[in-house]
Write a protein that binds this ligand. Structure first.
Ligand code: AR6
Length: 178
């Protein structure tokens, strides 16, 4: 199973690059507190968006774990980028609550701008060390809770880089939504 409808919202899981989602209105960045370019997702997003993105994020930084801010997409194929700071696993606690806040606040920012489609990477599971399966449970159960309250958002896509990450998300989606 890689697609399901929950409370009228389509939830999809795909393998791919978060910086190449050309049919999605808002992409989510797994940001750093300074909202600058970096490794992983932040590097891919800032490279594809160009220097205008860093200019726009500079006055919005720093942000704290769980927080989300929205900017334009600049040279990305998306209208918006929503920048979320995930918890560093083992340092920022309680990590499950902070990670859930990322997803809740990203959806809040999206709804404020009447966004219909949003794509998430697996926040905190790279440089920040959050075990993928535990993070997928937090992410997908938060989406399950939030779905019935969404008004503008009708498509939520998880974009996973690696095959293992994709398989883990697929398994967790089946467990949560079956
Ligand atoms: N598209 C989709 N997923 C990706 C991509 C991509 N282009 N690149 C990596 N991933 P990470 P974090 C996966 O490290 O853990 C940055 O340096 C990756 O395999 O990007 O929240 C920032 O500057 C992993 O599964 O985000 C911060 O300092 C997931 O995306 C810090 O890392 C998240 O990995 C944030 O760490």
């Amino acid at each position: 199973m890689d697609r399901i409808t929950v409370s009228g919202v389509t939830l999809e899981i795909e393998r791919g690059d978060i910086a190449a989602q050309d049919d999605i209105q808002a992409v989510v960045n797994a940001a750093n507190a300074q909202l600058k370019t970096g490794g992983g997702v932040a590097g891919a997003i800032h490279r594809a968006a160009g220097p205008g993105l860093t200019e726009e994020t500079r006055p919005l930084a720093p942000i704290s774990p769980g927080e989300a801010v929205i900017t334009g997409g600049h040279n990305l194929p998306n209208e918006y980028v929503i920048h979320c700071l995930g918890p560093v696993y083992g340092r920022d606690k309680p990590e499950d609550e902070l990670l859930a806040n990322c997803y809740k606040n990203a959806l809040k920012r999206a709804e404020e701008e009447d966004v219909e489609s949003i794509a998430f990477p697996a926040i905190s599971t790279g440089a920040f060390g959050y075990p993928t399966e535990a993070a997928a449970r937090v992410a997908l159960s938060t989406i399950q809770e939030e779905a019935e309250h969404l008004e503008s958002v009708n498509t939520i896509r998880f974009v996973l880089f690696g095959e293992d990450d994709y398989n883990i998300h697929q398994k967790v989606m089946e467990e949560i939504f079956e």
